[in-house]
Write a protein that binds this ligand. Structure first.
Ligand code: FES
Length: 150
């Protein structure tokens, strides 16, 4: 079972943004991704570098960063996931920890602005269009249809 590590705090100024939707968006970042590289155990892996690069940037309002130890997309890391509220969850892979932190934050900002998690196709960053590993529907209170008992 992958461990969930301590979270980076939401910055105070982000909490005060009156235009941000009330729901927090969580950006999960796998800090164990190797991105196909051999890295010594004591070295920072590409996933950790991606997380550190994101932490060093100003986060869009309402976004919380959470490091995790594996999102089960190890062969196609670096890997992140976007989730929060009653919205679709998206998992993205093949992220370059050096050149793409800004792309991830731009995508997270667009995701946060949605009510359902669906960024209009034309607005999606190219990397999101081509590297979506999976999407998961929001939790629903509707009961599942009864299974066919015949
Ligand atoms: S090590 Fe990053 S998804 Fe498994």
């Amino acid at each position: 079972m992958p461990a969930i590590l301590p979270r980076a705090p939401i910055r105070d100024e982000q909490m005060k943004d009156a235009h941000a939707p009330p729901v927090t968006t969580e950006l999960l970042v796998c800090v164990k991704c190797r991105r196909g590289q051999e890295a010594p155990e004591d070295d920072r892996r590409p996933g950790q570098r991606l997380y550190d690069a994101l932490c060093a940037k100003e986060l869009p309002a309402g976004l919380r960063l959470t490091p995790v130890e594996c999102l089960q997309n190890c062969d196609n890391g670096c890997t992140v996931a976007l989730r929060g509220g009653d919205r679709w969850t998206y998992i993205y892979g093949s992220i370059n920890e050096v050149s793409q932190p800004d792309v991830i934050l731009e995508g997270a900002k667009l995701y946060h602005a949605t009510g359902d998690g669906l960024i209009p196709w034309r607005e999606r960053p190219e990397h999101f269009k081509r590297n979506c590993v999976a999407r998961i529907p929001p939790l629903t209170d509707n009961p599942a249809p009864e299974a066919d008992k015949t």
